[in-house]
Design a protein around this ligand. Structure first.
Ligand SMILES: Cc1cc2nc3c(=O)[nH]c(=O)nc-3n(C[C@H](O)[C@H](O)[C@H](O)COP(=O)(O)O)c2cc1C
Length: 173
């Protein structure tokens, strides 16, 4: 799958088959994270790979925006340590991971954990040091055979793209 095809076809996946992610695919996803760019190449990230069923089930109970983590065969938590631009660095890494996974037929979902009690519970469960910032939990898996949710529409090009100046129009489609 080429990059454009992966970008255009990618969709968030929240229903997973129980099938495990093969070791070589997991390696590629982790290498995609490792080779991500970061602010001044600080690489202040840690990626916690969770495949233990009990821990996955507990994460699903704690993360109210991502209860489906409990059904996923794999979850990767991104944690930043005193990074200058943690959200951007983590965002670059997770997008690379997502596209790498997608090109291998594996989907994922960004799960936000922001409520204080939930953050604390996840940190305790995963042994994340207090001073580190939990950015997200990313459940991965092959898409289950369930009715696909309606597509996720995008704004028209002319609503979001500006040429030369804000409000500048051109013929892009
Ligand atoms: C910063 C961010 C936070 C998100 N948080 C959640 C979340 O907590 N739970 C969830 O189910 N989806 C979450 N999503 C997924 C979005 O709902 C999804 O990407 C969006 O609806 C577009 O759909 P698509 O990814 O299929 O194109 C999040 C996405 C982003 C970028």
């Amino acid at each position: 799958m080429d990059v454009y095809q992966a970008i255009k076809s990618r969709r968030t996946v929240r229903d997973y088959k129980p099938d495990l992610i093969p070791e070589d695919v997991l390696r590629k996803i982790l290498q995609a994270a490792r080779w991500s760019p970061s602010s001044s190449n600080t690489q202040k990230w840690s990626f916690i790979v969770i495949q233990d069923r009990e821990i996955l089930a507990k994460l699903g109970e704690v993360a109210k925006q991502g209860t489906f983590i409990g059904q996923a065969p794999l979850c990767i938590a991104i944690v930043m340590d005193d990074a200058p631009r943690p959200q951007l660095d983590a965002g670059r890494a997770l997008q690379q991971m997502e596209l790498m996974a997608w090109s291998e037929g594996v989907g994922m979902c960004f799960v936000g954990v922001r409520e204080e009690g939930q953050v604390k519970a996840v940190k305790e469960l995963l042994g994340i040091p207090e001073k580190m910032e939990l950015i997200t939990l990313l459940p991965f898996g092959y898409r289950a055979e369930v009715p696909k949710p309606p597509g996720t529409p995008r704004k028209a090009m002319n609503e979001i793209i500006h040429f030369e100046q804000f409000g500048g129009t051109a013929q892009a489609q």
